[in-house]
Write a protein that binds this ligand. Structure first.
Ligand SMILES: Nc1ncnc2c1ncn2[C@@H]1O[C@H](COP(=O)(O)OP(=O)(O)OP(=O)(O)O)[C@@H](O)[C@H]1O
Ligand code: SF4
Ligand SMILES: [Mg+2]
Length: 358
C-alpha cells in the first residue's frame, strides 16, 4: 500500500466571477520515504492539491467535486476534525509557499518549535525543549538564537526555522510548497540540501512543489508535470528527463538553458495557460501545442502508460514523432517564438488564443 494515493481528485472554486477549475481529475501515489516532485507553471493547481492533502481548503469557495485522498488506508477527505488535527503536523506537515507569513511574529522561534513538538507528539516541556534545540542544531541555527523573534532573522534563516518546525514532530510526509522560491540562489541550494538530508535521516516522504525542473532533478526520484489542473506526464526523473514524452514537458525543457546543448536562443512556450474558468474542451494544452490536430481540439486525451509506469496524457504520445520542438533539423527559420510558424492540421496556431482562433 502506498503512503499516499490521490484518486481522481477534482477541485473547483466557486467565485462570484465564475467557477475556477483548479484541479481536474488528478491521480498520483507517493511511497514511504519517497521524494516526489510536482512541477508546473503558476496557476497549474499545485498549491490547491497540497492544501487538499491536509484538508485545509476553505469551503466555500473551494469545492471538492470528486476524488479520494487515501493516506495510510484512510480517506483524508472523510476524517473527523479531531482526526485531522492529529494528522496535521504529526503525520503530514507542510512548508507553505510563503514561509515568512507562517511564523508567528510575537513568539520567539524557540517557543514556536517547542509548541509544534508538544502539540503533535505530546512530549513534556523539557523534552520538547530538547527536541527544539536538536532541530535548531540540525538546521544550523545556534541555540542562543532560540530566544529571538522572527523579524530578527534573515530570509534564509527564517526558512530554516520553518523547516525545523515542519520536521520537528517527525512526520511521515512533508509537503514542501516552493520552499526555496523566496530565497536567493546561493541559499536555495543550502536549504534544499538541508531538507533532503533531514528527510532521508527521518525517512520522511516528500511532495516537493516547484516550477524548477533543476530542483526536481537534484532532489526527487519521481515527478509529475501539472498543467491547467491536470497531470500531463508522470514518471521517474530519468523517464521525464531522458525520455520526455509530453509536448508541454518538452516545451519546459526548451525554455531553460542547458550546459550540454549549444543553442543560440531559448525556445519558450508561446502563449499562456488557459483561463481556468474557461478551459478548452479537448486537450488543455491544445492552444499552445505545435502538434495539435482535430482530435486534440475535440477530445480530452486519455492517460497512456508508455512503459514502466511512465504516464503521458497526450493523443500522440505513442506515435514517437513528431513530438520534438523545435524540430531535430534545428531549422530556426521555420520557427517563431520557438514554435513552427506553419503546421499542417493546426491552422489555429498564431491566429488567436483559443482553438477556434477567437
Ligand atoms: N481561494 C481561491 N479562490 C479562487 N480561486 C483560487 C483560489 N485559490 C486558488 N485559486 C485558483 O486556482 C488555480 C490554481 O491555483 P494554485 O494556487 O493551486 O496554483 P499553483 O500551481 O500553486 O500556482 P503558483 O505556482 O503561482 O503558486 C488558479 O487559477 C488560482 O487563481
Ligand atoms: S493531445 Fe494534442 S494538443 Fe494535447 S499535447 Fe498532445 S499533441 Fe498537443
Ligand atoms: Mg502555489
Amino acid at each position: 500500500m502506498s503512503l499516499l494515493e490521490i484518486k481522481n481528485l477534482e477541485i473547483r472554486f466557486n467565485t462570484d466571477a465564475g467557477v475556477v477549475h483548479a484541479v481536474n481529475g488528478i491521480n498520483l501515489t507517493i511511497e514511504e520515504g519517497e521524494s516526489f516532485g510536482l512541477v508546473g507553471e503558476t496557476g497549474a493547481g499545485k498549491t490547491t492539491t497540497a492544501l487538499a492533502i491536509l484538508n485545509l481548503l476553505q469551503s466555500p469557495p473551494a469545492e471538492i467535486v470528486s476524488g479520494e485522498i487515501i493516506y495510510k488506508g484512510q480517506d483524508i477527505l472523510k476524517l473527523s476534525k479531531n482526526k485531522l488535527r492529529e494528522l496535521r503536523g504529526e503525520e503530514i506537515s507542510m512548508i507553505f509557499q510563503d514561509p515568512m507569513t507562517s511564523l508567528n511574529p510575537v513568539m520567539t522561534i524557540g517557543e514556536q518549535i517547542m509548541e509544534a513538538v508538544k502539540y503533535h507528539s505530546g512530549k513534556s516541556a523539557a523534552d520538547a525543549q530538547l527536541r527544539m534545540l536538536e532541530m535548531l542544531e540540525k538546521v544550523r541555527i545556534p541555540a542562543e538564537r532560540s530566544y529571538d523573534y522572527p523579524h530578527q532573522f534573515s530570509g534564509g534563516m527564517k526558512q530554516r526555522v520553518v523547516i525545523a518546525e515542519a520536521l520537528a514532530a517527525n512526520p511521515a510526509l512533508l509537503l514542501a510548497d516552493e520552499p526555496t522560491t523566496a530565497l536567493d540562489v546561493t541559499i536555495q541550494a543550502q536549504v534544499l540540501d538541508m531538507i533532503s538530508s533531514l528527510q532521508k535521516e527521518n525517512k520522511t516522504a516528500m511532495l516537493l512543489i516547484t516550477h524548477d525542473l533543476g530542483v526536481v532533478a537534484e532532489t526527487c526520484k519521481r515527478a509529475a508535470i501539472m498543467y491547467a489542473g491536470e497531470i500531463v506526464e508522470m514518471g521517474t526523473v530519468e523517464q521525464i528527463f531522458d525520455d520526455t514524452a509530453h509536448p508541454y514537458t518538452k516545451g519546459l525543457f526548451n525554455s531553460i538553458p542547458s550546459l550540454d546543448k549549444k543553442t543560440d536562443r531559448l525556445m519558450p512556450i508561446r502563449g499562456l495557460m488557459p483561463d481556468p474558468m474557461d478551459l478548452p474542451k479537448g486537450c488543455k494544452f491544445c492552444p499552445r501545442c505545435p502538434y495539435a490536430d482535430e482530435l486534440c481540439i475535440t477530445e480530452c486525451p486519455p492517460v497512456k502508460d508508455l512503459g514502466d509506469g511512465h504516464l503521458c496524457k497526450c493523443h500522440h504520445a505513442d506515435k514517437g514523432a513528431p513530438l520534438y520542438f523545435p524540430d531535430e533539423k534545428g531549422n530556426e527559420l521555420a520557427y517563431e517564438h520557438g514554435l513552427p510558424v506553419s503546421n499542417p492540421g493546426n491552422d489555429f496556431l498564431g491566429k488567436g488564443d483559443g482553438p477556434d482562433g477567437e
